[in-house]
Design a protein around this ligand. Sequence first.
Ligand SMILES: *Cc1c(COP(=O)(O)O)cnc(C)c1O
Length: 420
Amino acid sequence: MSYSAFHHVDGVLHAEGVSAIALADQFGTPLYVYSRAALTHAYEAYARACAQRRASVHVAVKANSNLAVLNVFARLGAGFDIVSGGELARVLAAGGKPANIVFSGVGKSADEMREALAAGVKCFNVESIPELDRLDEVARAVGKKAPVSLRVNPDVDPKTHPYISTGLKANKFGVAFDEARAAYRRAATMPHLDVIGIDCHIGSQITEVSPYLDAVDKLLELVEQIEADGTMLHHIDVGGGLGITYDDETPPDTTLFVRTLLDRIEARGHGHREVFFEPGRSVTGNAGMLLTRVEFLKPGAEKNFAIVDAAMNDLARPAMYQAFHAIEPVTSRPDAPRVYDVVGPICESGDWLGRDRSLAIAPGDLLAIRSAGAYGFVMSSNYNTRPRAAEVMVDGDCAYLVRARETVRELFASETLLPE
Ligand SMILES: *Cc1c(COP(=O)(O)O)cnc(C)c1O
């Protein structure tokens, strides 16, 4: 079932009850716009599918870490998946409960481990033996036992972009499947670790269920071996990665996805274990758009360019992954469309947002870059000394500024000149 809080009213694109023209007038462009209803709808699909089952949802903070966004999820009772001490601080500031946080990531520092132990997170998803050693040591020093699961690399092909596939042997993530049993034996001997689960995360923007089923089957095989070795596992964390529709992709819907995995785990005799989901993109991606204004139209012999005021520093995915984002005018014109590359003002040929788009536009027009709620603002930078965009959350007929636009002064406020 698809749901969009972004729709046209009398020919003008709206976010819920607020017109994109009004948003751009009030807050300027480039502007990230999130819909509270869309965030809620996407999260609730997971929560409802998990209700009455032994399953829980941990929203992946890295997809969108704005405090207001995290707070919407926290109010709905979400848990969180974090990958840094910074994200831990954000979740706590947004009202998330430490007991519902899982801490993932390949390179946790001793400081980050200490902070997470002090906060009392639910589980550390550990990705290597040296990380087990470090965590055991840090936990010993603070007199605690660290709850641990090992991220296992099930070596399945998620059939997605190579930059966002993480569960293959050649990836930096997780413990190799063939070494996992030994790693669990090793972890069981560490006095300051409490081994409670197993986890995987096989990639992102995955549009089929089959790679997940393959991963779950392999994980369950391993769980049986680990328990035969005497370590009891309370939970199975299947990670995140469910895809969304950017263009014409047809990912499984959330309810079907969750139920299919839970049913498989139950059918294989593991229904007594808690199952964790870690969705990022699928709960935030289509709940956000990036509004931008056309600065110039530049027709050319080979290509026409629409130069807009958003750039690769605002939305890195096209430059980074050749990702497709739908781009549509906020109001439509009757003129015949032309084919444009939609590009930003940054001095890089890689600074494009969309290629070969058929658009009827004029300078000054507003464009909406859709599906920008995940890996959008969070990946933005200040390249070319461009202040990062403002972020707004729409809730019904109201729009709230949830992150002010940066000022140029702020960008170099912490820099200093050499002495005379
Ligand atoms: C990035 C990440 C997620 C979320 O991935 P999505 O593709 O955004 O759903 C979940 N778990 C871990 C460990 C991650 O690194």
